[in-house]
Write a protein that binds this ligand. Sequence first.
Ligand code: ADP
Length: 702
Amino acid sequence: MTLRTMWRSGSLQRPAEAILVSPLRTLLVAVLLVALPVGLVAVAAAGAAEERAQAEKLAAADLAASRAAERIASIVLHLQDGLVAFAATPAIRGAVASRSPARVSAALEASHALLPEEVLRVFALDREGVLLGIEPRADTLIGQSFAFRDYFIGVSREWRPYVSDTFVTAVQGTPPAVAIAVPVLDAGGGPLGALAVAIDLERAGTVWFARLQAAFEDIYLVDDKGLVITRAGAPGADTRRDLSADPSVRAAIRGEHVRGLVPDFAAAGQMLVASAPVATSGWQLFVVASPAGLQHALAPLRSALAAVSLALIFLVLAVLVAMSFIVRGVVAQRRRLATLNADLEQAGRHKSDFLASMSHELRTPLNAILGFSQLLDEQLKERISDKQRRYLGNIHEAGSHLLSLINDVLDLSKVEAGRVELRPEKTTVHALVEPVISGMRAAADVRGVRFDTMVESGTLIIDAGRFRQILYNLLSNAVKFTPADGHVTLRVWTAGRDLHAQVADSGIGIPADRQSRIFGVFERVNEDRSDSSGTGLGLALTKRLVELQSGTVSFTSREGSGTTFDVVLPGVAPTVVEGERILVVDDDPRAVELLLAITGGLGLRAEVATTVEAALEASRRAAPIAVLLDLQLASERGEAVLRQLRACDRTRTIPIAIVSVEDDDGSARTLGADEHFTKPVDRALIAGWLGRVSLRTANPAA
Ligand code: ADP
């Protein structure tokens, strides 16, 4: 089976079709081309979204950290300023100067209500660090020395305000604290003692970070040594936890801005962390967000993305599978059509065979009918009655009609089967149309129709028989459908290389609404308006014969005033071939004679060369129109001529046909031969080729 037949039979389809025809293959390709890319895009999109969300969350944490740090700094500063102002009041100054616990407690009592809720206690110490008073009251502590406490050491160092480290207060059961201590100075600026507040870190953790806690995983407030002051996630509980070893905490204390994904922050695992320093205190604030929380936040997006991807994939799969089924249907249909076509072709061949043999079978008895009816008419002319003569006439007429019908049907089926081979020969316009004119003149006379002809002279290379058939069909219709006293005109002329023929009549015309049908088979459109007989095959055959010669046939018609048919056959009129010749290269006299008969039939001169040298010499002397070249020459192989003519610029383009007993194996064509005719030669084929190349030589532009 060749590729072509495989293709025709449908066993080899276009690649896309070959895939679509199998649902499994379709599925595989769909997965590769659709599902995979969609999946990858979905994953990439999810990744990008996650990155974006992470960046946004980190930016939010950063902003929150700096805002919270500002807030804490302002709270501490506010408290400190308040204390400084309070310490400068005469009540406190006097009480501390008096060192009287009763006076101090009384002075403090009023102040406590004014302090923010995270303040645990307010207390006053003398210049040695002995507690003078405390609010809310804890009388057992009064008189005790707290000189060892960081806050006292800090404030008494230079008698300036001081924020302490975290510490656990001396009051049992109270949460961890930091203290803000300010000096109590006399009017001269000399130190009298210190006034301090202890801030409840548990409370502070809750109050200070109240709004932020919900948005983030945790918030750490860490002092300048890396110890936790308080933490939003567990206010008070983690106080004094040492984070000084944590790289992020160390970096922040060093003054760097921590911002990013931290592998293990405060031993809590991978976290998004942003830091901010709390102004003036040396404290650092860390806002911590969990990337896991981010994953969680992205989960709806992810699932939406997955759902959309899946839906898309299923949609594409469904479409492809549906297409697959459709394509299967189409392929099956095409196969059925191919089978049907083959059947039809065969039926067509059977039809043609049948028609050919039937026509033959019919023509033989028809011959007898026509012949004997004519004979009877001639021989019994005197002895039979008019009626009997009419009967004989009817037999003859019916027989003639049948014969023309058979001829037309046979011709038509031959053209349709591509079995009509054109046999172009050289002729003149006059020689071509003369027999038709004399035949039609008689028919026109019988009907009383005037017949005019205008024929210009010219040379043609044309299949004369087929052209006459065309003219005859058109003219006999014109005469047939033109009433007595009407006229029919035939014009034939050449224009350039085209042959034009025009048949005009003044007859009944063709109704406009029927004009589109007249070239159809068995179409007779004037039956109701004319008593002329016909088969309805003439124009169908005419059109096919014209098209077989690459020509066109057209008409214009007006009902009641006549019809004009125009035929154009292109490329049949050579301009000049005289003076040119065909070079026949063969050393077999009978072969030469045959070839000369063919060239002579076309009106072409010929020169004969029997050796390679003679052939080359003749070609170089004057380039021939064409060369007919035998391969088996006695002196040398004909290929030598081929090779040398093709090698030289002057002779390179001469058309060369091989005429040989050897089959065409393509080797001569490889050397540059244009055609290959196998002996015994088909005269029509060679004549056709010579006709074509001589036209080409005469009109190189063609
Ligand atoms: P028919 O054998 O009937 O002439 P044709 O195929 O030659 O068949 O023509 C088809 C039909 O076209 C004719 O039957 C006729 O009706 C119409 N026709 C063809 N030529 C002419 C014409 N010159 N004038 C009027 N009608 C025509």
